[in-house]
Design a protein around this ligand. Structure first.
Ligand code: FE2
Length: 356
């Protein structure tokens, strides 16, 4: 491992010119590129215009002192800072570290020690950056794999990945308005598209059949919930575990008339209730092999009617109160004026029951 400070940009802040000269000479010998400042104000001005990798600052200086400088610095940008002082009685190590410094050097400075400490700070910073990149790469490929698996399942009856993208958007919008945690929202974004993954196990002839299903076919369609839960079972990933809970519960209804378990109210997982509402909204507002798009007002009236029956009332209220935002995701707008022949868009119980 390279122990030198090759190409590391270091800002040295000290009111003593001799210290600045000595540090600059030592660190430049190690390959660092140094800039100097004699007060907190001057250092802050440099930092605002010139990107630096590391700051080495004294504490006691005329004008803005080192700790005030450090506080301003931390508010404005993420950069590693090492503090040096002769006043070891005035400060505890913890206090300095709490102020945001990554290390602490005691004056009089020993140049070998300064070099070794700064090398360690730079090495740790590089390792952190490499870890972050590795982590982001793994997360990206993992989510990409999940997405492709979902697209594969969806391909059977959708042909495009649009439905799953919209599902993520509806669920994120709902969860955000509900004020749920950002962690949960992130998991929901990736887990909600998995709701119908069990369709992989349903024969195409049933899945894409135009028109009515027989009772037997409908019974088979319903198993996409339990098949999906089996596919996603026993995962150590929180996203997949949420996906499993959604797969099994997204056809449950608030009033207990849904499937596969006939759960009622809050016994249905929250994510399942969110996906249920989003899925019905998307089904009504996008064409399927067995149905066309319903006009926005029919969708609105449906959510009004099913508020507290099919849907969790809190969630249905949110959709009704933010209806235009949801229509925007569907790429629809309120048709105005409404069609007079609204009856032709009447949604029967059977229509709803058959939403697949
Ligand atoms: Fe489904």
């Amino acid at each position: 491992m390279d122990m030198r400070l090759e190409s590391t940009r270091i800002l040295i802040v000290d009111d003593d010119p001799a210290t600045l000269r000595l540090l600059t000479k030592t660190l430049e010998k190690q390959g660092a590129q140094c800039l100097t400042a004699t007060s907190g104000e001057e250092a802050l001005a440099i930092m605002r215009t010139t990107p630096m990798d590391l700051v080495l600052t004294d504490i006691h200086m005329p004008g803005m002192d080192g700790l005030t400088f450090l506080r301003h610095l931390k508010e404005e940008m993420p950069v590693d800072a090492v503090v040096m002082t002769g006043d070891i009685k005035g400060f505890r190590y913890e206090t300095i570290i709490h102020m945001g410094a990554v290390d602490f050097l005691v004056k009089p400075l020993e140049m070998n020690e300064v070099t070794l400490r700064l090398q360690r700070v730079i090495r740790e910073r590089r390792l952190m950056r490499e870890l972050e990149i590795a982590h982001a790469t793994i997360k990206h490929s993992y989510l990409d794999t999940v997405r492709r698996l979902v697209v594969a399942a969806e391909h059977k009856d959708e042909g495009t990945g649009d439905h799953i993208i919209r599902m993520g958007d509806y669920c994120v919008l709902l969860a955000s308005i509900m004020g749920l945690s950002s962690d949960f929202i992130e998991r929901l974004r990736y887990a909600s598209p998995m709701h119908d993954i069990g369709k992989i196990g349903i024969p195409d002839a049933i899945l894409t059949k135009p028109g009515r299903l027989t009772d037997k076919e409908f019974t088979i369609i319903k198993t996409h919930t339990t098949i999906g839960a089996k596919i996603l079972a026993n995962s150590s990933s929180e996203v997949i575990r949420l996906g499993q809970s959604i797969a099994i519960s997204h056809h449950e209804r608030w009033n207990g008339t849904g499937y596969p378990q006939g759960l009622r109210g809050e016994a249905i997982p929250l994510a399942g209730r969110i996906v249920c509402a989003a899925d019905v909204f998307d089904t009504l507002t996008s064409p399927r092999p067995y149905k066309s798009i319903y006009p926005a007002h029919v969708v609105y009236e449906f959510f009004e009617k099913e508020n507290g029956a099919h849907f969790d009332p809190a969630i249905a209220d949110l959709i009704l109160n933010n209806f235009d935002h949801f229509l925007a995701i569907a790429n629809l707008r309120h048709p105005a004026p409404y069609p007079t022949d609204a009856d032709q868009f009447h949604l029967s119980e059977r229509d709803i029951a058959e939403m697949r």
